[in-house]
Design a protein around this ligand. Sequence first.
Ligand code: ADP
Length: 440
Amino acid sequence: MTGYWLREFGRLSLILVTSLLVGASLGRHGEFLVVGLLIFLGWHLLKLHHFARWLIHGYEPEAGFSENIWSELYYQVYKLRDRGRKRERKLRNLVERYRQSAAAFPDAALVLRRDNSIEWMNEAAATLLGLNLVRDIGQRVDNMVRQPDFVQYLQSGEYVEPLTLMSPIDNAATMQIYIVPYGDNQRLMIARDITKLHRLEVMRRDFIANVSHELSTPLTVISGYLESLVGKSRKPEQLDQALRQMQQQTERMRNLVNDLLQISRLEMNEIQDDEADVNVPAMLHGLLADARMLGGERRHEIVLEVEEPVWLHGVNQYLYSAFANLVRNAVQYTPGGGRIVIRWYADPVGAYFSVEDTGIGIPPHLIPRLTERFYRVDAGRSRSVGGTGLGLSIVKHVLRNHQAVLEVKSAPGQGSTFLCRFPPSRVVRKPGEAEMRLVK
Ligand code: ADP
């Protein structure tokens, strides 16, 4: 038992013994015992009253209290309060340090409430977005930055990809906006000036587009002449062979240039104007015939399963290119006798184009790299089948422009499945067509 409890019991015992002794000497020990206990209780009640006044109203306790249970309680509460104050000071310093570092952040940072109003922003937000550090706190950010793309992005709730936007205060500047949800429906919005990066990107894109464009005409002329020379006139066998090789290589270069041009156009997103309802089933029947021709002597079993009424809103030429690339790859990378299944179907959450083959497959760790430009699992094999290494890059860009995604499943030696998922907003249903068709 601790000291102050012992002292408290000592005090109680002293009162009890004294009242008993005095009561016994006067022959009224019962009454004196009650009086003694009442004095003891009264003293504690008074102390409790002081203690409560101090805790609730902050009145200072009387100075120089003696060593008892109450002085111990005062001491413990003092200690707790002191510890709390120190912790609060530490936290305040920490918050201040965070605030200072966020304020010195070169990117614009804003904390948004559930209703899109601004709870806090740093100085860069004021300079980059043209906001007022004092006046605009509490205002809705979509009233301040009014570009429709931004408003739509903010309301979409889908913040996986950042948004690239023209600066609201400088037409020549480009910004990238990131939104990170956190806590109780709050969001952190970061806006970064990417003007220089954007210019470089545009330069790179233009350079590739221009080079490809410039190469396209000379290559067409060369390949035209080569075509007219090969096998036509009488020439030594060696020259004829050289001409054939030149023709093959020129053809490869033309394919490469065409693929690069296509990627450039897709990157510039020049597709909106050409969008229409695309008859995907009809396209796939055509692709099936091409795939059989390409397979030639290798005798693949190629099957097409299509949901006939399902069409897609998009750009015919690009969708054809993406689907043709996937089918061509399946044929090229599946040994003779293998099976290839092409499917087109829809459900309430979208439409799906898939190509499944029993071909050579791809090691799983290389799958994320397939859509990189010029990436090939086996460069020699790809070249020997006339691949440019750009096919899946084209597929990725076409899908991105149609808000679709590519999923790849593959196992070496067992085969691959390439699946394109289109969002429901792209799906068009044409009633009246037969439901499902299977072509073998
Ligand atoms: P390429 O012109 O070389 O076919 P792609 O971009 O179309 O270029 O494909 C990239 C690489 O992915 C190919 O070189 C090949 O290694 C691999 N690949 C693509 N499709 C398949 C498939 N169906 N089966 C196995 N490997 C594939």
